[in-house]
Design a binder for this molecule. Structure first.
Ligand code: ZN
Length: 318
């Protein structure tokens, strides 16, 4: 088994969002990666430039960030070739690591565009080093920049940032400084290839929360009627808990609930509604044991929303 820390650079439509190709809003132009063994020792590096076929002019932001121009990319490989090289170089048993949660998704979106998605099986467990850095050093899920983390950990800066291989390399150096137990406990799951059937649904228990990723539904409403989606089970004792505050939505994407386990206390529920590229829906539900203060906050939030709606209705009547 080896760890593959990778980073992508991508370009987007230079003529604005209206003119973009919807199935590939971000066209990958560079892949950089570092291979680590099980002791996190660096074994090898990988780098490919990719010749664009969708957006042939650089978006001004891309140009600013990566300081590269189109002529340089002319020497790049076709995407399918770079991808093949990348997967072969990685080897059979790999665990992917990235800075943030975007790269694996965009990689697969590009693969899908070129009909290569069957080369990689999803959902994909991976390590989001940005998230784990936050959990270990800031005791919460922050989203610091890679350079911020590098400075914080006093890692020597020999190269610039925002080149795929440099960023992959720095991410690997940050990863080496993480506590191994924390790293392994807090893996992420990329669901670009989301579960389709009941059998493919995902349920995992992390040290201080549990996560459930549902199968697909035709609509948000259908999802929010499903018993399994709504279920709030204590992830410590596995007891089905009654909800003290029923699922309520803050907006159409996020729903919250509050349950109580006689043994383990308050359980906060959060459902995030996810839309697939094909217009279907699935949910990511997290359940977390919380203190009384957080429990009160959820209760208050729900009460305020109810009051707001009530006032709105009354206003409508007058
Ligand atoms: Zn319990």
């Amino acid at each position: 088994m080896s760890y593959i820390v990778f980073d992508l650079e991508w370009n987007q439509c230079p003529y604005g969002k209206e003119k973009e190709v919807a199935s590939i809003p971000f066209e990958i132009i560079e892949i950089g990666a570092v291979k680590l063994d099980q002791d996190l020792k660096i074994l090898d590096t990988f780098h490919r430039l990719i010749k664009p076929t969708v957006y042939k002019k650089m978006h001004f932001r891309t140009k600013e960030i990566i300081r590269m121009d189109m002529e340089e990319l002319e020497s790049g490989l076709p995407f399918h070739q770079a991808m093949e090289d990348f997967l072969i170089w990685g080897g059979e048993e790999v665990e992917y690591c990235t800075w943030g949660a975007l790269d694996l998704t965009e990689l697969q979106r590009n693969m899908k565009y070129y009909h290569l998605l069957d080369m990689i099986k999803g959902p994909i467990p991976y390590y989001d080093i940005q998230k784990i850095f936050g959990i270990e050093f800031e005791k919460k899920k922050t989203s610091r920049s890679l350079e911020w983390a590098v400075d914080y950990l006093k890692i020597e800066k020999n190269n610039g940032f925002h080149h795929a291989l440099d960023d992959a390399y720095y991410t690997a150096l940050v990863m080496q400084k993480l506590d191994r137990d924390i790293l392994e406990a807090y893996y992420s799951i990329d669901c670009y290839q989301n579960p389709k059937t009941k059998k493919e649904e995902i349920e995992v228990v992390f040290p201080d929360y549990s996560k459930y990723i549902s199968r697909e539904f035709n609509s948000k409403e259908e999802a929010m009627k499903d018993r399994k989606v709504l279920n709030t089970k204590c992830y410590v004792c596995r007891k089905n808990l009654k909800r003290r505050v029923k699922w309520f939505s803050v907006n159409t994407k996020n729903h919250f609930s509050l349950s109580y386990c006689p043994k383990h206390g308050f359980l906060k529920g959060k459902i995030r509604m996810k839309r697939t590229d094909e217009g279907k829906y699935y949910v990511v539900k997290t359940l977390k044991l919380v203190g009384e203060e957080e429990a009160m906050r959820i209760q208050a939030k729900q009460e305020m929303l109810r009051l707001k709606r009530q006032l709105k209705r009354q206003k409508g009547k007058i």
